[in-house]
Design a protein around this ligand. Structure first.
Ligand code: GCW
Length: 713
């Protein structure tokens, strides 16, 4: 395995010298380490004359290897490793425990916690050096990636005084990966976990996956789908998970498993999985002990219970707290945690679906063990192009909540639409909950500061698969990247993150960076325009969620249909969630509810209005819908032009890949526009506004399209 990695690195540097625009396939992600332009390389070289890394832990070895690999790629040669600083320009890395040089510097590490680091320009024995220091080895690794990122983005290395620490403790990917290697809502090939060949065969990709995550500070990964099979808790699968854990461990990444609540019945031979039954509790304790024997640093369990048909404590008349606490008790002796999902709703309830999680969990506040954290999706429905923030954020002072974002783009055009989700994440994180007064943003709930919680977390539903480019498209790598950076600092700026990513992944040339970052930042609103403008939501195709489906009605459950959400009729459109309707708005603090309901972006989420309702532009609602849908399509056309003009800055392969997907996106944006306008016009019975072309087909044409082989189901 090691040899494979080294061979790959060697191949990279040989080819790397062949020219900046050689073909790339995206495998290297943001860790490309391509040569710095000669004029600048000289200056960096003077500050990287030798590597001084004392201490022999696997994590320090990995940090040293990454630095060597990065510097040799970027600067053309690997600086020699020396035991002590012997000349100006050394890079010194370590912890006070691993390195005498670091210990001697007495750096202010106290407030940086286990994962923080400093990077400083210092003098050691009369020599100028750059030190990367932390309290723990993994902090050093994070600092190493930071230093490399500075060179990759051409920032100065002189006079550094950096102190960084993550604001969130659990920074976790959730893989919705099945044991047969299919991926629920996955658009980037098969699962990267080759369960069949584990534990004996270790794919070299696992190492690169670990490097990529560690470079962002991601420190946990849930290996299997929340729609879980109990098999993942059997001895053979524990051994497989342990083999993965062994690969990820040096990179500071813990392994977690999704636990199926009925496992005591499914694989334990018990008659019940009632969380208050002593035999069930004993089974889970023994199971946890067994897992920890194989994986001593196992992170814990993620659970989807009593949601969309999954078993759970309510099957026995118990609460979510009873269920979570039972599992919490099982992992507590080993320091594990339970991440219990709040994505629960039941179609037996007549209540507005988006209100149900709040109704379920608020009364349980204060009833969870201290190693349980409740995992809440960003919005109360389901990862839509736009949703107001979930009203649970801020509403449970005694219960820590972790954020769940979706990185994979189930509702956002799959892998073939260029949609940078940074602005979506930021919009949610920066929303003011108005709990405990103004400024209690979702980010501050998530980082624990509003209520003083120590257990904090952010989860991202992974978009990583077996595709050569990992994420299904080159630009979808940016969503993985943005998630990781925001999990580290939920107060970060999505634009700054996009710029950093674009520089790392493509080019530092401002002629590339500026237009491409603008395009990325605007892409989310563009998608909202051509899919669900003005607060529309959940109007996509049934079950696979591909393409428009505003006509979806009937079937198993009303809250899986589109008509349940848009409620279009000759009288108007939209879901009344004000006091006159479901009153979902009352689940927010009054100021927050007022702000959300007054924002035109959420118009049809909160209000039912008639077709002639005047919107801010002065147009009628109907005209505005047509304008927004059309604008979305035009904006994608503009994205294509922007990208076409970037050809000189990007290697031909990646340029062509992106261009091909943008063409798909434009076609599908047009389809969304035409289908939705044709559908809604049946109710509005209003003409197209002047200058806007009618849909080329009647609505029946769009309704008849079907896609039995859409990916991700
Ligand atoms: O978004 C919906 C998806 C389901 C998913 C569910 C969940 C894992 O359509 O595929 O199941 O949410 O988050 O549990």
């Amino acid at each position: 395995m090691k040899r494979l990695v080294l061979m790959a690195a060697a191949a990279t540097s040989v080819l790397g010298s062949a020219g900046a625009v050689r073909a790339e396939d995206g495998y290297d992600l943001w860790l490309r380490y391509r040569p710095v332009e000669a004029a600048q390389a000289q200056g960096y070289r003077a500050l990287a004359t030798e590597l001084v890394a004392e201490g022999g832990s696997p994590t320090l070895a990995v940090a040293r290897a990454e630095l060597a690999r990065g510097l040799s790629g970027l600067l053309g040669a690997e600086p020699p490793a020396t035991p002590t600083v012997s000349r100006d320009g050394a890079i010194v890395l370590g912890t006070p425990a691993s390195s005498k040089a670091v210990a001697g510097l007495k750096l202010p590490l106290e407030r940086l916690g286990p994962d923080g680091y400093v990077i400083r320009s210092v003098t050691l024995g009369g020599r100028r050096a750059t030190v990367i220091a932390a309290n723990s080895d993994v902090g050093v690794l994070y600092g190493t990636f930071d230093l490399l990122r500075r060179i990759q983005t051409r920032r100065p290395l002189a006079d550094l005084d950096v102190a960084e620490a993550p604001k969130v403790t659990l920074r976790v990917l959730n893989h919705w990966d099945n044991l047969d290697r299919s991926v629920e809502r996955g658009y980037s090939g098969q699962s990267i976990w080759d369960w069949w060949k584990l534990p004996d065969a270790i794919d070299a990709r696992y190492v690169d996956y670990a490097r990529a995550n560690a470079s962002l500070g991601i420190n946990g990964t849930v290996l299997n789908n929340v729609n879980a099979k109990a098999d993942s808790l059997t001895a053979p699968y524990i051994a497989k998970a342990a083999a993965v854990a062994d690969v990820l461990r040096p990179y500071g990444i813990k392994v977690y498993l999704s636990a199926r609540f009925s496992a005591p019945i499914d694989i334990g031979g018990l008659k019940t999985s009632d969380p208050l039954d002593p035999a069930v509790r004993a089974w889970w304790k023994a199971k946890a002990d067994e897992i920890y024997r194989a994986i001593p640093d196992f992170g814990g369990f993620l659970v989807k219970a009593n949601s969309e048909g999954q078993p759970g404590p309510q099957d026995y008349g118990r609460t979510h707290a009873d269920g979570a606490n039972m599992l919490g008790e099982a992992v507590a002796p080993h320091g594990g945690v339970v991440m219990w999902r709040a994505f629960v709703y039941s179609h037996e309830q007549p209540e507005d679906r988006i209100k149900q999680a709040y109704n379920e969990f608020v009364p349980l506040d204060g009833k969870f063990r201290d190693n349980v954290i409740v995992q809440v999706k960003n919005g109360p429905l389901d990862f839509q192009p736009r949703e107001p923030f979930h009203p649970l954020f801020g509403a449970t002072p005694k219960t820590p909540l972790m954020m769940e974002f979706q990185i994979t783009k189930e509702y956002l055009g799959f892998a073939t639409h260029l949609v940078y989700q940074g602005p979506l994440y930021e919009e949610t994180l920066q929303a003011d909950t108005w709990r405990k007064g103004r400024g209690a943003t979702v980010a501050k709930v998530v980082d624990g500061s509003v209520y003083g919680h120590k257990l904090t977390g952010m989860a991202g539903v992974a978009n990583v698969g077996s595709d050569r480019n990992w994420s299904g498209s080159h630009f979808d790598q940016a969503n993985w990247y943005a998630f990781g950076r925001l999990a580290w600092d939920p107060h970060g700026s999505s634009r700054a993150i996009a710029e950093e990513w674009a520089r790392l992944t493509f080019s530092n040339d401002p002629a590339f960076v500026r237009p491409v970052v603008d395009m990325m930042v605007a892409s989310r609103e563009t998608m909202v325009n051509y899919m669900t403008p003005l607060g529309l939501h959940h109007i996509m195709g049934r079950s696979h969620h591909y393409g428009p489906g505003p006509w979806v009605a009937g079937g198993e459950r009303a809250d899986w249909t589109s008509v349940y959400y848009h409620r279009a009729s000759p009288e108007g459109i939209g879901f009344d969630r004000m006091a006159t309707g479901s009153n979902a708005v009352a689940q927010y603090a009054p100021q927050a509810g007022r702000a959300l309901a007054a924002d035109e972006k959420n118009l049809l989420w909160f209000h039912r209005v008639d077709w002639d309702h005047k919107v801010a532009s002065g147009r009628t609602l109907w005209d505005e819908l047509v304008v927004r849908y059309s604008q979305g399509v035009q904006e994608v056309a503009a994205m294509r032009r922007t990208w076409a003009a970037m050809a000189a800055h990007v290697d031909p392969q990646r340029h062509a890949d992106v261009a091909a997907y943008l063409a798909i996106q434009e076609k599908e944006a047009q389809w969304w526009r035409d289908a939705c306008i044709a559908y809604f016009q049946q109710f509005s019975k209003r003409p197209m506004p002047a200058g806007y072309a009618p849909p080329p087909h009647p609505v029946s044409y769009y309704e008849a399209l079907n896609f039995p082989y859409a990916p991700g189901i």
